[in-house]
Design a protein around this ligand. Sequence first.
Ligand code: UDP
Length: 325
Amino acid sequence: MKILVVGGAGYIGSHMAKMLSKSGHHVVTLDNLSTGYRDAVKYGEFVEGDIADSSILDQVFSSTRFDGVMHFASYIEVGESVIDPGKYFRNNFSNTLNLLDAMVRHDVKNFIFSSTAAIFGEPDYVPIDEKHPKKPINPYGKSKLMVEQALEDYEKAHGLQSVCLRYFNAAGADPDGELGERHNPETHLVPLILQAASGRRDAISIFGRDYSTADGSCVRDYIHIVDLCSAHLIALTKLVKGSGSKRYNLGNGNGFSVIEVIEVVKKVTSRSFNVIEAERRPGDPATLVADSTLARSELNWVPEYDDLSVITQHAWEWEMSHFNH
Ligand code: UDP
């Protein structure tokens, strides 16, 4: 297949481009490098450009007849989305419509969309399946849900087929050590703990010890980046073969509290570091765990690295090699 990976210089997109390429597919990455890194694009072709720019999109779609598009180019910080909602609605929603319109103009019918557990808001029940009510509590989650809703109408109007994959907590790194997570500023728990372990950070803060969970810290479902990517590859292959539009929640189905993640990292790295108890971070639900039964049964998707020790080990190897400690 010929695949356009939008946002392929970012964390998930760069791992995806590698997997597609290693599986024999032709990959073109389109990325504006606002948060991604040119040196993360190690596979396929690279075009620097913004999906807000219709002329770049027309050039890219005219130069290659794509079988499908995977879209990873979005802003992902919940807190920032509350402070600057326009940034999120403009890029994550409006610019995505620009991308979809270009696909319609160029008759490209298959779209894989990076969605999020944040579309569900404060859960009514866990684990969260696809039927769970969608009531996002921040602009980030809303911007993603709006795209999911728009996709239903693009399908009716233009026959554009899509798979929306709602990620729970992506973590880990390329087992070959070639790629990893590099956000600036970093806000995600696993890389932050690893930075504390490597000495790049003084301490790790636990955001809230008074949640209604076993140890009082928030519980999340951590999924290895490679497993996330394998779900995309299967979903796209099926979509191109005519499976029709689908929505899947992607996680391992195992919840780990912040304190448990810190303990796992201590074991994996054999390092000790300071742990601070801090205030709750606004907008954090107590527990987010995926019910991925549908993805497992319909996609035959089997996560390969569902052990948090392995997930954090791969991320640790990246931290050590890339940041040279
Ligand atoms: N968290 C924390 N300390 C940090 C960063 C995150 O306690 O320095 C918590 C956060 O409150 C949440 C969990 O770790 O409960 C995962 O946060 P992350 O930002 O990695 O992912 P999210 O669940 O927001 O997508």
